[in-house]
Design a protein around this ligand. Structure first.
Ligand code: GDP
Ligand code: IMO
Ligand code: MG
Length: 428
């Protein structure tokens, strides 16, 4: 029975939250497998907007068990704040929530280091969300991380915090000119969460494998996106984890053969927050119009998102690496009102025409988009609920993207609300 993965096909903020919430109505478990509270997933239900950073979006569906997998980095302050905010709005999030004993913790010092290193980088900064995500993953790989299970053993926790801060304090004081951080203070801060955390901690890999054995449906909700992946994205302008579909295996503890469906979420145009290459970016009034019409301001940091036309090369690479079985096209309604809509179908880089993303960062930085122009539409499509209710030119736009990405489009978003979708086939 199905394991389904949802992955952003561009640079994030494609509408993964809404897509997850859509499908979560009919699944048993929703699982975050990578990233931390650098994510911002917005879901609109009955006129109420929910912005989730750490909890999986399926939490809004009462029948669905939410899981934070081992691949996630957890800021405990944010976790409990988010749970309490939902509780105040009548969503009892913590009733079933499971948190992997192996997930790593974002400690207060990770946030300090994220901010000082960005400042230190100056012009070469990544434009991180400042949530401590990169430094927490660095510690994980360096074997200096603090895991959820460490909070259940005070003695071990104190030892690990001390070991983790030993080198960092030298750096903070001698290189960054900051005050040293006291390990005992950090340990106290973390330990105050233990009583609330303890009942949520589980061997989530076992729980999920058992669920799949029993024929339950498990939905793995990607955060970030293919092109922010530390291995496959526009390195170094990436996040520090593996948001790609394969990341669901390592980040939740399930084997590749348990994944039956990989769904790529792609916006009808392109956006990006933070630094890094973006060939179809618009610096003119057209870009500003996309930003205003699409409400393109970050859910997490409020930063204006960089906006540009749909780039088929960007999605095509994501299709290949993630082996998407389906695509979910979002925010098609935002494109209403353009006479014609450019779609990037190739690049010119250093005198050569490219049909795929360039191999090197140098070429990527010099890539100029080659556009095909598709006729636009002026009709309001936000009320459409079936494909034949879409204007002819809208249908043509969808079909052309499908052709360029060589993958079927199975769902289309025509507005932010839960019901504003056109489903072409069942995604479960
Ligand atoms: P995520 O990070 O991939 O979950 O995406 P975000 O939630 O950060 O950003 C997507 C934004 O677009 C949110 O404000 C959603 O409410 C909104 N949204 C999602 N799908 C649609 C859609 O089909 N049409 C419109 N107009 N807005 C959408
Ligand atoms: P969702 O899940 C868009 C970007 C940051 C920065 C880079 C590294 O909402 O799609 P980090 O704080 O992760 O070290 O920052 O990654 N970034 C995102 N951009 N959507 C996200 O998440 C992002 N998460 C990280 O802007 O460029
Ligand atoms: Mg987002």
């Amino acid at each position: 029975m199905p394991g389904i993965v949802i992955v952003g096909a561009q640079w994030g903020d494609e509408g993964k939250g809404k897509a997850t919430d859509q499908i979560a109505e009919r699944v048993d478990y929703t699982v975050r497998y990578s990233g931390g509270n650098n994510a911002g997933h917005t879901i609109v239900v009955d006129g109420q907007t929910y912005a989730l950073h750490l909890l999986p979006s399926g939490i809004l569906n009462p029948g669905c068990v939410p899981v934070i997998g081992n691949g996630v980095v957890v800021d405990l302050e944010v976790l409990f704040e988010e749970i309490d905010l939902l509780l105040a709005r009548g969503v009892s999030a913590a009733d079933h929530l499971l948190v992997s004993a192996n997930a790593h913790i974002i400690a207060p010092y990770h946030k300090v280091i994220d901010k000082v290193t960005e400042r230190f980088l100056g012009k070469r900064r990544i434009g991180t969300t400042g949530r401590g995500v990169g430094p927490a993953y660095s510690d994980k790989v360096n074997r200096l991380g603090i895991r959820v299970q460490d909070l259940l053993d005070e003695k071990i926790l104190r030892q690990k915090v001390e070991a983790s801060l030993e080198q960092k304090n030298h750096l903070l004081v001698k290189v960054y000119n900051r005050a040293a951080i006291r390990p005992d203070e950090v340990a106290e801060q973390l330990l105050q969460y233990t009583p609330r955390l303890r009942p949520l901690v589980a061997d989530t890999a076992r729980v999920l494998n058992d669920a799949l054995d029993e024929g339950k449906v498990v939905l793995f909700e990607g955060a970030q996106a293919h092109h922010l992946d530390v291995d496959h994205g526009t390195y170094p302008y990436v996040t520090s984890s593996n948001p790609i579909a394969a990341g669901a295996c390592t980040g939740a503890g399930v084997g590749p053969t348990r994944i039956d469906r990989t769904i790529g979420i792609m916006k009808a145009y392109t956006t990006r927050v933070g630094e890094g290459p973006f060939p179809t970016e618009l610096h003119d009034a057209a870009g500003e119009k996309l930003r205003q019409d699409g409400g393109e301001f970050g859910t997490t940091t409020g930063r204006p998102r960089r906006c540009g036309w749909f780039d088929a090369l960007v999605v095509e690479q994501a299709v290949r690496v993630n082996a998407f079985t389906d695509l979910f096209l979002t925010k098609l309604d935002v494109l209403t009102g353009w006479e014609e809509i450019p779609v990037c179908v190739g690049y010119e880089a250093e005198g050569r025409r490219l049909a795929h993303l360039p191999m090197t960062q140098t070429e990527f930085h010099h890539a100029e988009p080659v556009y095909e122009y598709l006729p636009g539409w002026s009709e309001d499509i936000s009320g459409a609920r079936s494909f034949d209710q879409l204007p002819q030119n809208t249908q043509r736009y969808v079909r052309r993207l499908e052709e360029l990405c060589a993958t079927r489009i199975s769902g289309i978003g025509v507005g932010p609300s839960r019901e504003q979708v056109v489903m072409l086939r069942d995604l479960r």
